[in-house]
Design a binder for this molecule. Structure first.
Ligand SMILES: *Cc1c(COP(=O)(O)O)cnc(C)c1O
Length: 390
């Protein structure tokens, strides 16, 4: 009799004995939160990727939110991102009461279509409706065309906030994503499905001092404790000042300890994910299924392995997903277009607004990729993927 084969999820975290040890040490110590490990983690990430500042938060969603506020996004402003992303990339603009708009993607990789961005900016200039911030999303770990987007930012006067939730450890032209050479700030996520994890957590890197200071203030109630930055007079040693309306968006020391421990393996993790991707590429060559290609000049962190099929028919995606599930393989669609979520439809978006993102969602499917996925499992995934409806 055949033994049922084990379920292979599309992604999963790896937590080692060393990671656990680091967390246990914090639990035995004095500081569970607001201790020394958060700044240590921030510094380690910033140094790793080559940025001046790192600001850690309790999620990438919070990170996107405070970054938008620090960039001055408010009611009456416009923020642009792509529909092929997690809702958080768009929601951050709405938290600031700003208008959101989308730029269509290229259906072959789900990344912002830079030509489309340029054309939309030109139209927006004539209408006097240029965005304050553009949020390019490095989907699956593949870098967007940052050199060209950065050039456009100077021509049209907007700020760039990279959503690199999928991309820590990846590189563009040999340099780590997050060094902000072609942007004003970059956001990473440490949710357990991402490259490295802190349980929940996020971090913004930036080279702009004033942005970092503002984001630090915003993540902790808008409260300033540093006397040199007080607006008023210091009343006594207990004194702190709430200077703006902030939040409790802090990362804690337990999370930072896990992050520091995971960060040590970042390059190894990215290498292993790339090896798995190479294996998929080798095994899928010649089949009717194509893997999304790596961006030119980019070492992808390979957060997702996305395959594309030809048939765009109604219901085929559901049939593919279910037939993989019957074979105990967890697939996922990254992403259903954000503009078609009920909340965004209520803001006026509709089917047909971003046809390439919609097409992308009809042909693309994420298949399992994570450190520890064995050669046998990879072969099982490939056999199942090839057998589903094209
Ligand atoms: C996961 C993710 C986020 C949100 O990250 P959290 O840390 O869960 O808040 C934002 N953008 C993208 C593209 C993501 O994949």
């Amino acid at each position: 009799m055949n033994r049922p084969e084990e379920f292979i999820p599309y992604g999963r975290q790896t937590v080692t004995a060393d990671d656990i040890e680091s967390v246990v040490e914090v639990l035995k110590g004095e500081w569970l939160t607001q201790g020394p490990l958060v700044p240590t983690f921030e510094k380690a990430v910033a140094e790793k990727v080559g940025a001046r500042h790192g600001v850690a938060l309790n999620s990438a969603t919070s990170a996107l939110h405070v970054a938008c506020i620090a960039m001055g996004v408010e009611s009456g402003d416009s923020v642009w991102t792509t529909p092929t992303t997690f809702v958080a990339s768009a929601n951050c603009a709405r938290y600031c009461s700003a208008e959101i708009d989308f730029v269509d993607v290229s259906a072959i990789n789900g990344l912002i279509d830079t030509k489309e961005l340029a054309a939309k900016l030109e139209r927006a200039r004539t209408e006097g409706k240029l965005p304050k911030v553009v949020i390019p999303v490095h989907l699956a770990g593949n870098s967007c065309e940052m050199v060209e987007i950065f050039r456009l930012s100077k021509e049209y006067g907007f700020l760039i906030l990279e959503d690199a939730s999928h991309a820590i450890g990846g590189r563009l032209d040999g340099e780590y994503i997050g060094n902000c050479r072609y942007s004003h700030a970059t956001v990473f996520s440490f949710h357990p499905v991402k490259i490295i994890t802190t349980g929940e957590g996020g971090l913004v890197t930036t080279n702009i001092d004033s942005l970092a200071t503002r984001m630090r203030l915003l993540r902790s109630h808008g409260v300033e404790k540093e006397e040199s930055r007080f607006i008023g007079r210091k009343e006594g040693p207990w004194h702190y000042e709430q200077q703006v309306l902030g939040f409790n968006y802090r990362m804690n020391d337990i999370q930072a300890a896990l992050g520091l421990s995971q960060l040590k393996r970042l390059d190894e993790i990215v290498e292993e994910r790339n090896r798995i991707y190479d294996e998929y590429e080798r095994l899928l060559t010649g089949s009717h299924v194509r893997l999304v290609k790596r961006s030119p000049g980019c070492l992808s962190a390979m957060h997702l392995a996305i395959v594309q099929f030809k048939d765009e028919g109604k219901d085929v995606q559901r049939i593919r997903y279910e037939s993989l599930l019957r074979k105990n393989i967890g697939a996922q669609l990254h992403y259903s277009p954000v503009h078609l979520q009920p909340y965004y439809r209520r803001l006026g978006f509709a089917e047909g607004d971003f046809p390439e993102a919609e097409r992308y969602s009809r042909i693309s499917m994420s298949i399992p990729i994570y450190p520890g996925l064995t050669k046998k499992e990879i072969e099982r995934v490939v056999a199942s993927v090839i057998s589903v409806q094209g």
